[in-house]
Design a protein. Structure first.
Length: 421
């Protein structure tokens, strides 16, 4: 049996970069791609929000990943499937049926990516000792963020360059997705070479009591309020994330700021992701110092208040680079900062005898809270216009602000004890 912690510095970075890249391609880069291919905002919001569904449903098949074959075989297989799906999506773009075909390919990539998440996280837990799991948590987060920079930044910049080079957006994005598929293939090969082949010792009755585990999650005290809180925490952000890029790309006559694809990629994929990471790091430090209770309300406000800046950009059509970059930087920093409280609350909800399964269920509801509002975001934007839409997004913070006063959790939850310092 290969000892734990073997070659961790080799495989942790590549495994979590590979986990982040398909997610950002499916849920974020696809929005920009479809906008540049002439799809309406209503259709973009609806169709790309449906792509969250695999992350909503992944708790249903997570036991299969746990019980059948090894985690390594699962994530390598899923990564290869993602390569095929991205390549097929790219090849479909120059055809007349590109929308239906590419969405089907993105669906395949989404289910494979969600399954890859389960297997990769499971591998992380069996391949590393508890001490090393804590040590490498920052490394895995960093490389997941680097994947976001690659997707939202470098890949979108490449697509923008190819749009100008070919003068054909469909061909440009076809080449871009094909190149991304090749990158995924290289990452899969790197994981195959670097990840040790661990064998798990499975418990014979591990597949029993699955429904009981689900039932016990919903029987926890205050779960109805907790689920309402989870579903509304990102109500504004779930709609903003779908329409922010179309707003920057749309013509001024349609209420947008008429930015080029390359500019959007540069703004979101570099400065945006950097400040997103800084916000998350700061949020984690403050919660570990003071506990969740002190920072819950400030973090909810940090997540939602920057949306006012988008409303101002839309109302006055400020297209100056400094104004747009400042808005994106503040919004992304606020999102990273505010999301830290949300993650801690999900961990609190999952605490107990079935921590792993209950956390998967909680994150499934989190994905549902992103999917449902996102589905209607394009229709709301077309109905209200960009200014009215962003005002609506600001107002969407009201439910979670009210619920934050009703939910209960220990005041010092998340705070380091003196023994941890």
């Amino acid at each position: 049996m290969i000892p734990k912690d073997t070659r961790a510095w080799w495989w942790v970075p590549t495994l979590y970069f590979t986990q982040g890249l398909p997610y950002i391609m499916v849920v974020t880069v696809s929005v920009i791609m479809y906008k540049q291919l002439g799809i309406s905002n209503a259709e973009i919001g609806l169709y790309t929000s449906w792509l969250y569904l695999p992350w909503v449903l992944k708790p249903l098949w997570s036991p299969l990943v746990d019980l059948k074959s090894s985690k390594r075989k699962w994530f390598l297989s899923m990564q290869l499937l993602i390569c095929v799906a991205l390549l097929a999506a790219g090849l479909s773009l120059p055809t007349n049926l590109f929308l239906t075909t590419s969405l089907a390919c993105f669906w395949m990539a989404a289910f494979a990516s969600a399954t890859n998440d389960i297997a990769s996280d499971g591998y992380y837990m069996i391949a590393l000792s508890e001490k090393k799991q804590a040590f490498f948590v920052g490394v895995r987060s960093t490389f997941y963020r680097l994947a976001m920079i690659t997707g939202q930044g470098l890949i979108v910049i490449l697509a923008g360059f190819l749009e100008n080079y070919y003068g054909d957006n469909a061909k440009a994005w076809s080449v871009t997705l094909s190149a991304t598929a090749f990158l995924m293939l290289l990452l899969t090969l790197a994981n195959w070479l670097s990840c040790p082949d661990y064998e798990e010792v499975r418990v014979a009755d591990q597949n029993t009591g699955f429904l009981t585990v689900f039932r016990k999650f919903f029987e926890k005290p205050g779960m109805a309020l907790a689920l309402a809180f989870i579903l509304t925490y990102r109500l504004g952000e779930s709609q903003l994330v779908k329409m922010a890029s179309p707003f920057l790309l749309d013509s001024r006559s349609e209420g947008g700021l008429e930015y080029a694809t390359e500019a959007v990629g540069t703004i979101y994929g570099t400065a945006g992701v950097i400040f997103l990471s800084l916000g998350g790091i700061l949020g984690g430090i403050l919660i570990s110092r003071d506990g969740l209770k002190k920072w819950m309300l400030p973090m909810i406000l940090a997540l939602n208040a920057p949306n006012v800046l988008y409303a101002l950009l839309a109302a006055f059509q400020w297209d100056q680079t400094w104004a747009v970059v400042t808005t994106v930087v503040i919004e992304q920093f606020g999102y990273g900062f505010g999301f830290a409280a949300f993650l801690m609350y999900l961990i609190y909800i999952a605490d107990g005898a079935y921590k792993t399964a209950h956390y998967a269920i909680a994150t499934g509801f989190m994905a549902l809270g992103m999917m449902l509002p996102g589905m209607i975001s394009g229709y709301v934007q077309q109905w209200l216009g960009y200014t009215g839409f962003f005002i609506w997004v600001v107002a969407a913070a009201i439910p979670v602000l009210l619920l934050s006063k009703a939910i209960t959790y220990p005041a010092d939850y998340g705070k380091k004890s003196s023994a941890d310092v």
